[in-house]
Design a protein. Sequence first.
Length: 364
Amino acid sequence: MSVDHYEVLGVSRDANADTIKKSYRKLARELHPDVNQEAGAEDRFKLVTHAYEVLSDPQQRAQYDRGGDQGFGGFGPFGDIFENFFGGGGQSQGPRSRRERGQDALLRVDVDLKDVIFGVNQDIEIDTAVLCETCEGSCSAPGSSPRTCDICGGSGSLQRTVRSVLGNMVTQSPCGSCRGFGEVIDNPCPTCAGQGRVRASRTLSVDIPGGIETGQRIHLPGQGEVGHGGGPAGDLYLEFTVRGDSVYSRSGDDIVATLEMDMIDAIEGASVTLDALDGEVTVTVKPGAQSADVITVKNRGVTKLRGNGRGDLRFGVHVLTPSKLSSKESDLVAKLRELRKPAAPRLAGAQQGMFHKFRDRLFG
């Protein structure tokens, strides 16, 4: 038997969405099995519910107006058959909770090279979702509370029986009135608009471990966004970028730099006190130093993230040869040449270029 959905709801075929909804709510209150125990009331309630599901959806209504919906008396499209067969038929699982777990968040943090030597405590500003202090996550305005949905009776779902090629089948779908929650909030919290959470900035104090590298992350459980309905917060992940320094750079757990020196100091040797990232350091250059030599100061590098101890501080020597000499200096060089009698410039055996040699020694 074909059923006229418009007739079931008592509305005209050109009725708008608001008129259809008002008629459905009125009939649903009158015919709900928990309210009306008369014979046939439950069947009429199912008809009213099915009619509303069709006419409240613009696409389904258009299809029905074209004669494409057979209601309870036909077989409906094959897509509905399989949806009914594999979908949420059977016993109700109860209403879904408004409290949902919050989303995880990823925040990128910049840190200076000097701060990763030993680690640092840093205050980080986070823009996130926090618990609404007005309603404390209840979503209702102060002094009010949700009411049980009068359409689904608090179950959060509606069931209907349809006839298909597989026989009569019972399908279950979320209640459109309460959206499956089983409760309706008539007076939502004015602060959070019924979300149970608000956007806000908060400051988080984070201990950044020594030895952290660019791209590495720290996992902070429960520090992400608070969920809808005041649900538990998700997790926060901090991804770090280590900022470069104008003098020093990093190679694994080692700190490296270039030490420029005059030719005379390279010949005679020298001792110099320098400003390192973690304080002063004294560097001794042995006589006869060559460009690309590496001077290592043990245990003055970065704290090892995994394991004990620190890396090293390494200086790559770069000898500066004067490009201009005074006449007196030229005379001295000439005397030195006469004393040393150096060999003429010559080809050396095949070996690594000076630049690559320096790079490999310095950066390992």
